[in-house]
Write a protein of this length. Structure first.
Length: 446
């Protein structure tokens, strides 16, 4: 009897070990849970598509940025102190850093074994890519209104609280759903099970998200939760009838001339896998910057409008008083439509991901900065990261010189129009908001 129980216990232990380590599989729970080692984040985040299932995204029409050499500032100011940029790169566990001005790649810096060809994981920067796909569907007439409920376009959510939530409230992160977005393993979290169960248990992400219930009315406050973005990605998948990676390849990677192949993590390998629509795009640092450049250009790329007129402005400023910096539960930042805005924003906005992933856009200076990192303590230095980005932007494109440059361009355009017999007033009407001198006024707000 005792011997039989021992044998049974041994069988259970061996079966459990086999399930956990899965020597026959490339994607074992043992490898997946190893993602929780903070000391390895800088290397792990360069290998996510090796550790987890992913769908490929081909760079079919690469168009590298033109280049010009420019140094970065040696120091910056934060909390009244002069600090070293090199020290920041070390403390923030930065793996990739790229700076553009007016579409020219001025500087790249890489650390922790990364290089220009390294694909880094995006974490929540991917949310801004998903929002961009929503904008493209709106531009193409596939979406009637952002005030439509999600279930109108993603019927798998019919009869659920998410299905009854408008696309606008999902984009604003004000869906009113009961979900705990906590990344630390030491605190209660809903997002960690959502992430790990997709890979370890291979659960359908749509089905997991559909189980979440509303605990207050939408449109009341800024409550940043990842399932909102996943529902938007499901809308995109249904509208285009394809997997998320395939849509990104067709709608963004090709048209924007991304230079390197990328990937998007999904719950299982193969064609039946479902992408996690709230995170997990792997791309090079300059290719991440390219999304920021699209927004700096107001959604127009190579003369073709890819995003609806007015979308960039709506997405990159608060849409309600409770989205303003200082009115949210998130210190030092506010929100638009799947983009963040910093305190005292003045033409600045950003896509952001946990552990130090950023795409920072300074539309007045014409600067885009992309950063990848593996910083366990990213939340403690996010305001410092913003100070770094502002110092870099001012260094490579000083505000005073920039405004003089824009003023000269405007003068030349007006003189050219007048010489051609066209009233100067016509030119003023055609100016984009980011080009007008009055766009340089101080302060935040709409």
């Amino acid at each position: 009897m005792a011997a039989g129980a021992l044998v049974l216990a041994l069988i259970v232990v061996l079966a459990g070990a086999a399930w956990y380590f899965r020597p026959w599989s490339d994607y074992s729970p043992a490898r997946i849970t190893a993602l929780d080692d903070p000391a390895a984040y800088p290397q792990t985040f360069q290998r996510m598509a090796e550790i987890l299932p992913a769908a490929g995204i081909e760079a079919s029409t690469p168009a590298p940025f033109p280049r010009a050499d420019a140094d970065l500032p040696e120091t910056y100011m934060h909390d009244g102190e002069v600090r070293s940029l090199d020290d920041y790169f070390v403390r923030a566990d930065v793996t990739g850093f790229a700076v553009l001005k007016d579409g020219v790649l001025l500087n790249e810096a890489y650390f922790h074994g990364a290089g220009p060809d390294t694909t880094h994981t995006s974490w929540s920067v991917a949310k801004s890519f998903v929002a961009t796909l929503i904008a493209q569907a709106l531009h193409e007439g596939l979406i009637d209104s952002l005030d439509d409920p999600a279930a109108k376009y993603a019927p798998q959510f019919a009869g659920t609280d998410y299905g009854d939530t408008s696309l606008r409230h999902l984009l604003m992160m004000s869906a009113g759903l009961d979900f705990q977005e906590e990344y630390s393993p030491d605190r209660e979290s809903d997002v960690r099970p959502l992430f790990f169960n997709a890979f370890i248990l291979r659960r359908n992400v749509d089905e997991m998200v559909a189980e979440i219930r509303r605990d207050r009315e939408p449109g009341q406050d800024l409550h940043y939760v990842s399932p909102n973005s996943h529902v938007l990605s499901a809308v995109v998948r249904e509208l285009y009838g394809a997997g998320l990676a395939e849509i990104v390849e067709d709608k963004l990677w090709g048209p924007l001339g991304m230079t390197h192949d990328a990937s998007w993590l999904q719950n299982t390998p193969g064609e039946d896998g479902q992408a996690l629509g709230y995170c997990c795009l792997q791309a090079t640092t300059p290719d991440f910057a390219r999304l920021g450049e699209l927004y700096r250009l107001d959604g127009v790329w190579d003369g073709e409008r890819l995003l609806p007129e007015g979308w960039v402005e709506a997405a990159t400023i608060p849409n309600a008083p409770w989205q303003e910096p200082g009115a949210t539960r998130y210190p030092g930042r506010g929100y638009g439509l799947h983009f963040w805005v910093p305190e005292d924003y003045n033409g600045e906005f950003l896509a952001a991901g946990v552990y130090g992933q950023y795409v920072w856009v300074d539309s007045l200076r014409g600067v885009v900065i992309a950063q990848n990192a593996g910083d366990e303590d990213w939340g403690d230095i996010s305001s410092e990261a913003f100070a770094v980005f502002r110092a870099v932007a001012e260094h490579v494109s000083p505000a005073e010189a920039r405004f003089q440059e824009v003023a000269m361009e405007l003068r030349d355009a007006i003189l050219a129009r007048e010489a051609g017999g066209v009233q100067a007033d016509d030119d003023a009407e055609e100016m984009s908001p980011q080009d007008a001198p009055e766009g340089a006024e101080e302060g935040g707000g709409e």
